[in-house]
Design a protein around this ligand. Structure first.
Ligand code: NIG
Ligand code: FE
Length: 412
């Protein structure tokens, strides 16, 4: 029985529910979606909704011709940072590699210097325009990592700023303590003391204060070894935090296997992962988060083994990786487009990667990522003829409205 006990309803739209269905998008044509409080109350035929809403005096939004998708989820960003790295962009175009720049003290270290020098207010102010661009593309949930502090105070400051973004803007934020991103210069001769601090007192304090939902580690030859990563992840699990790993971005050190062994929500990048790693991810149910804008920016040549990941049944997500070094990108739609063109995802897989599978990568699939009754009423309205257009038009933004927690969101 439909009671029409709704706060508002959108009618005459085509829904890409992203639930398993007849097509890649879980499409429901000529549909309506009704909201009560912060949740989706009803999904069904537009004609039925119009009749019920009129009789019950429910406000009706006419979405004729529009597509509605779940609010997009950017499940991997480093969007809070100081400064920028445009000079390194120029260096790379002159032939220097990302690794060479990092080994010479640039790269992540240069953003650490800039971030340490910033107040929370200035970090928040510089994130504002980047967040605004993501939100304009229908994003309703983002993950934000620390990792440009590399000392306890600055890591905490970054996480606090990330939390503040979720209070100040109409977007849900999941925060990640990226404790192992690079070895800070003051620990250059004391690697294990740094890993001890990150995995010990700093982690405990951050977990106890509720600043982080998860942890992350950059397991790579220019960053941290599998053994060091293992120590941190073990401590994070004992502290009750979820786990993400930057795995196989530049080489295969077995980080995907490590992530899977620790029950990671996601293993991210994965340009370099072997058959064993793919099997491990599949068995653990770990989401592969693909970051095509970093791949593009670094002019990498070997894409992630998408066919093998797909064949093994590893869920695929797609994110911006917004950061000043490898992915100065604030467009989730551009990430979807490159995921299709450079990595060979279908548009349906790419869109699932920024909705249902991104929700899974963040551990929030119980209430986000698909259009389903009972889930959060986070959705985006698009002036497109087919969902694949979201992955097709480079640099376009056909988003014409966003509903966040049941209410139309004002442009930020
Ligand atoms: O996801 N790979 C490590 N972390 C970031 C890059 C950080 C940086 O270069 O500032 C990434 O690509
Ligand atoms: Fe990253």
């Amino acid at each position: 029985m439909v009671d029409g006990n709704w706060d508002r309803v959108w009618i005459n739209a085509h829904l890409a529910t992203m639930t398993p269905g007849a097509d890649d998008y879980g499409s429901v044509p000529d549909a309506a979606i009704a909201v009560r409080g912060e949740s989706i109350a009803w999904i069904g035929p537009a004609v039925v909704a119009a009749r019920i809403a009129s009789a019950a005096g429910v406000p009706i939004h006419d979405a004729t011709g529009l597509w509605i998708t779940p609010g997009l989820i950017d499940c991997h960003t480093h969007i809070v940072y100081g400064g920028n790295r445009v000079a390194e962009f120029e260096q790379r175009l002159r032939g220097a590699s990302y690794e060479e720049i990092a080994r010479a003290g640039g790269g992540i270290q240069s953003t650490v210097r800039a971030t340490r020098a910033e107040s929370p207010e200035r970090l928040l102010a510089s994130a504002r325009s980047r967040i605004g661009r993501l939100l304009a593309e229908g994003v309703t949930t983002i993950e934000i990592k620390s990792g440009y502090g590399l000392d306890e105070a600055t890591e905490r400051r970054m996480l606090a700023v990330a939390r503040e973004i979720g209070r100040e803007w109409p977007v849900s934020v999941r925060t990640t303590y990226l404790g192992l991103h690079a070895l800070p210069v003051e620990y250059r001769e004391r690697r294990s003391a740094y890993v001890d601090a990150v995995s010990g007192a700093w982690l405990e304090g951050i977990a106890a204060s509720g600043l982080a939902d998860a942890v992350d580690a950059f397991c790579e030859s220019i960053a941290f070894t599998p053994a060091e990563t293992e120590r941190f992840l073990g401590a994070a699990r004992r502290a009750g935090l979820a786990i993400h790993v930057h795995a196989g971005q530049l080489s295969d050190l077995g980080a995907a296997e490590l992530a899977a062994r620790h029950g990671a929500l996601s293993a991210d990048h994965l340009e370099y992962v072997g058959a064993e790693g793919v099997r491990a991810l599949a068995a653990a149910g770990t989401v592969a988060v693909l970051l095509p804008c970093a791949y593009f920016t670094l002019r990498q040549r070997d894409p992630p083994p998408v066919d093998a990941l797909r064949a093994a049944g590893v869920p695929l997500a797609v994110a911006t990786d917004c950061n000043p070094g490898t992915s100065p990108c604030t467009s989730i739609l551009l990430a979807l487009a490159i995921a299709c063109t450079a990595f060979g995802l279908t548009p349906g897989e790419a869109l699932r990667g920024a909705t249902a599978n991104a929700a899974r990568a963040l551990g929030v699939a119980h209430d986000r990522g698909t259009l389903e009754v009972g889930k959060r009423a986070d959705f985006a309205l698009w002036a497109i003829d087919r969902p694949a257009e979201l992955c097709y038009a480079l640099g376009a933004n056909p988003c014409v409205g966003v509903v966040y927690r049941g209410r139309l969101r004002d442009p930020v």
